[in-house]
Design a protein around this ligand. Structure first.
Ligand code: KIV
Ligand code: ZN
Length: 515
């Protein structure tokens, strides 16, 4: 059976989702989890775009030895040199060079002629090849390009040493039949294609990213570019978990497989959702909250008799937690540690102590603490540890006959305690205004949502917000059984991201074009 290589671009294309900024530590943490998941290539970032991206790719190259680490570069000398520098220490590093191939891009964005782009491709793939022999080339917007011109560019790239030819459906325009036809044309017409791997890279603007990737694989592509939870620019990229589970579940049909350890999928999905703040919709295939839930009586009846009546995948095959053990206020540290380990969380002693403390507080409020609650606790604990400004205390008075008033106490990065208060149109507004009086970074709250982690009146509420500042947006999350506290935590989380990004961007090399 043929193998399809999984090229994960969560940390590059995925991170281009609006509001989803990851710091270097978060990128590394996700990269290590991607390695456990068994991806073949990690696209760690776009090193020229920022010092943070450069450093993240460099550290991945240094620390992760059994997965290829890839750095993205426009077909420009400075980009390629920077990408090469970032992967210099890798056991098997790759440089991914891209240039637009569609007339729309050439005319309106690059203002270059076709011949000029051919020559630029020739020179820049050659330059990259001088640094390493693992070169991927992408003609951007390939699906809206003249197919013969795409072949011409690919011929040049292969002649200069590219060994992976990636075919981006950059704006999610193609249909599966069209995309498969383009892949077949490339496999039939590019000179030297037998030495190369053809790769899919599909965006989800029409909801066809996974269908197009699978059509590309059926047409002969043997690398698939995808992201965890399908995150990415606009409507996102093809979702890794959907492609992998489609190939695994319908192996009889596709006749190909990947080397992904599917039992790591759930854990990876939760980690990415938490660190990026990009919430997974409940009805999302494979990893959504409802993916394995059965509501209708007929379905429940079937499932109880035999799971195969209404389930095509075993939830355990993607690592879905199936705990029968429910923790409560009498559970000790050991039981908590054990359950967290089963859920895939290996905490240090110090982290365990802090999480245990929060667990006890929660268990005092809730009779039963579920796996979902534990995940929310660990995520909250992790967020708070990353933050430089900390929320120490929040108190609110409100009601239908009073002016909502909030008092907040924050700890600044130097450890000083600062208290302030304000009023607002509602309790959350009052809390945010009080925090603003202390931190003083102007921003606009553009999204606010609250959902409960589990059922029941005593459930933990998870608040997700987005704030905008200076043309960028930042997501923040917070969890608590008190939704005002969760809202305050979410705001502190978003503000901390904004502040640390502002600090990094003072040293930033301008991110001119984001692919
Ligand atoms: O969508 C796209 O065209 C890209 C390229 C850089 C491969 O992300
Ligand atoms: Zn893309």
């Amino acid at each position: 059976m043929d193998r399809v290589l999984v090229f994960d671009t969560t940390l590059r294309d995925g991170e281009q989702s609006p509001g989803c900024t990851l710091n270097v530590e978060e990128k590394l943490e996700i990269a290590h989890q991607l390695a456990r998941l068994g991806v073949d290539i990690i696209e760690g970032g776009f090193p020229i775009s920022s010092p943070g991206d450069f450093e993240a790719v460099r550290l991945m190259a240094e620390q992760i030895r059994d997965v290829q680490i890839c750095a993205l570069a426009r077909a420009l000398p400075a980009d390629i040199d920077r990408a090469a520098e970032a992967i210099r220490g890798a056991a098997n590093g790759r440089i991914h060079v891209f240039i637009s191939s569609s007339d729309i891009h050439l005319m309106h964005q690059m203002r270059k002629g076709r011949e000029e782009v051919v020559e630029q491709t020739r020179a820049m793939v050659r330059r990259a090849r001088n640094y390493c022999d693992n070169i991927e080339f992408s003609p951007m917007d390939a699906t809206r390009s003249d197919p013969d011109y795409v072949i011409e560019l690919l011929n040049v790239a292969v002649a200069e040493g590219a060994t992976t030819l990636n075919i981006p459906d950059t704006v999610g325009y193609a249909t599966p039949e069209e995309y498969a036809a383009l892949i077949r044309k490339i496999l039939n017409e590019v000179h030297g294609i037998e030495k190369c791997i053809v790769s899919t890279h599909t965006h989800n603007d029409l909801g066809l990213a996974v269908a197009n990737a699978l059509a590309g694989i059926q047409a002969g592509a043997r690398q698939v570019e995808c992201t965890i939870n399908g995150i990415g620019e606009r409507a996102g990229n093809a979702a890794l978990e959907e492609i992998v589970m489609a190939l695994r579940t319908r192996r009889d049909y596709y006749q190909v497989d990947t080397r992904i350890d599917t039992t790591q999928i759930y854990r990876t999905s939760r980690l990415v959702a938490d660190r990026t703040g990009m919430v997974v919709q409940a009805n999302k295939a494979i990893v959504g909250l409802n993916a394995f839930r059965h509501e209708s009586g007929i379905h429940q009846d079937g499932i109880l008799k035999d799971r195969s009546t209404y389930e095509i995948m075993d939830p355990a095959s993607i690592g879905w937690p199936s705990s029968q053990l429910v923790l409560g206020k009498h559970s000790g540290r050991h039981a908590l540690k054990q359950r967290l380990l089963e859920l895939g969380y290996e905490l240090s002693e110090e982290e365990l102590n802090r999480t245990f403390q929060r667990f006890k507080e929660l268990a005092d409020q809730k009779k039963e603490v579920s796996d979902r609650d534990l995940e929310a606790l660990v995520a909250e604990e992790h967020r708070v540890q990353q933050e430089t400004w900390k929320l120490d205390h929040v108190q609110v008075t409100c009601g239908d006959h009073s002016i909502p008033t909030a008092t907040v106490r924050l700890i600044d990065p130097q450890g000083r305690i600062i208290t302030d208060a304000d009023t607002g149109t509602g309790p959350v507004d009052a809390v945010y205004r009080a925090i603003n009086r202390i931190i003083g970074v102007p921003n606009v709250l553009s999204e606010f949502s609250v959902k409960s982690v589990t059922e029941g009146i005593d459930a933990i509420g998870e608040v997700t917000i987005r704030i905008d500042h200076d043309g960028s947006s930042y997501i923040g999350r917070g969890a608590s059984t008190d939704i005002i506290v969760a809202s305050a935590r979410a705001y502190m989380n978003a503000l901390n991201r904004l502040i640390s990004n502002r600090e990094v961007s003072t040293a930033r090399v301008v991110r001119t074009v984001t692919p």
